[in-house]
Write a protein that binds this ligand. Structure first.
Ligand code: FES
Length: 398
């Protein structure tokens, strides 16, 4: 019976077009909004080079075309160039997502030679103070140097800046900085509240007014700069009333392989209890994608409960985000609580109210990080309980 169901599923399911290879959870930065796991106790040792090459070959053979190399920081892997060269030989379009730390001119040349198509460089803010505070490192100047290196090497550059209450008031300056640096695209990625960002949600969540003001500035800048730099700004789902079509649907087009070789439908699925997370060292990618209970758990709409089951928009949003439903309601089968029709929607209203009252108690929003404590003693010390990402323990390193 299982075999028949699996076959039927395989006929209807398309290939994983987008593969995100999280090469390592190790990272020189300690960002307060990182989506990597908060608890590394369940994480095993990193895949070796041969393991990654096999993952890429299998994914390409199944029809994957886009490859993201991320982490943590992918540059911590000394075999990154080898992995890129293999991906290039298979015909992937290759996007390197990096903090820039560890990118030297020599490495940039080697990566170009190996076949990276474009580089996404993260910034935390347009000011040194906030950039260094939010990553808990002194990296602002280094990122500026890396941005120049990327342009000199002739790469198209996507600049990425995760947005939240501290840097939304600087959105105009962040756009100016990206244009000045020659970025072709600027992704103004509003914080998604998973991992470390969920821990820090009261401190990071903006007000509706901050978002509204930021959106108006983005519109104005779009008119000013024309096609010089494409600006991507999406209002966060907490303020939308309707859920996002997370990952474009569970097990629909997107596959993540984690540093320790677990194949997942999204970054955060690992926290969902009762699911088994297949190991690419033990099962083929094809079997995992088409036949594993994990990838079939929330495919399509059959798994839905009310109010999703009878919702006329269920094919459009596919019930939103399973991980958000789990994190906020305790059950991944519930409607995503950001949906105004969810019986748990009050949790979102409560989160927004809680963050607003925290900001009011601190004397308002948009005044920078002046009340928050940095863990790195070289970064200007201040006083609130933001929790910075810690790095994985030594056993995860190769
Ligand atoms: Fe897992 Fe949305 S992040 S389904």
């Amino acid at each position: 019976m299982d075999e028949i169901l699996n076959k039927a599923g395989a006929d209807q399911v398309g290939p994983p077009l987008w593969l995100l290879a999280e090469l390592s959870y190790r990272c020189p930065l300690h960002c307060a909004f990182c989506y990597n796991p908060v608890d590394y106790s369940q994480v095993g040792t990193e895949l070796d080079t041969a393991g990654w090459l096999s993952v890429l070959s299998q994914a390409r053979e199944m029809g994957a075309v886009q490859l993201g190399l991320s982490g943590g920081e992918p540059l911590v892997r000394p075999d990154l160039e080898e992995i890129v060269a293999h991906a290039r030989s298979l015909g992937f379009y290759i996007n390197l997502l990096t903090s820039g730390v560890g990118l030297t001119p020599e490495r940039l040349d080697a990566l170009k030679e190996a076949g990276v198509d474009h580089i996404q460089l993260s910034f935390q803010d347009s000011t040194r103070e906030l950039n260094d505070f939010l990553s808990n490192t002194r990296t602002f100047e280094l990122k500026q140097r890396v941005a120049r290196m990327i342009k000199t090497a002739g790469y198209p550059m996507v600049m990425n800046c995760v947005m939240h209450r501290y840097n939304l008031p600087h959105i105009g300056q962040i756009i100016d900085m990206a244009v000045e640096m020659g970025a072709e695209y600027l992704e103004l990625a509003n914080t998604q509240y998973y991992g470390w960002a969920l821990l820090n949600r009261d401190l990071l969540l903006p007000t509706a007014k901050q978002l509204h003001d930021a959106e108006a500035i983005v519109e104005q800048k779009r008119r000013q700069i024309g096609s010089a730099c494409q600006l991507l700004f999406v209002v966060p789902d907490y303020f939308e009333g309707r859920p996002k079509r997370c990952m474009n649907g569970w097990g629909n087009v997107f596959m993540v392989v984690t540093p320790d070789g677990r194949a997942l439908p999204c970054h955060a699925a690992r926290d969902i209890p009762g699911l088994v997370f297949p190991d690419v060292r033990e099962e083929t990618l094809r079997h995992i994608w088409y036949d594993s209970p994990l990838f079939n758990a929330y495919r399509g709409t059959d798994w839905m409960r009310e109010p999703c089951r009878s919702c006329p928009e269920k094919e459009k949003d596919l019930g939103g985000c399973r991980c958000q439903a789990l994190m906020l309601t305790g059950d991944a089968r519930n409607a995503d609580p950001v949906c105004s029709l969810s019986p748990h929607h009050h949790l979102i209203d409560d989160a927004i109210a809680s963050a607003a009252s925290m900001q009011a108690a601190e004397g308002g929003c948009g005044d920078g990080p002046a009340r928050v404590v940095a863990r790195d003693p070289r970064v200007q010390p201040v006083e609130a309980p933001i929790q910075f990402r810690t790095n994985p323990p030594r056993h995860l390193s190769r």
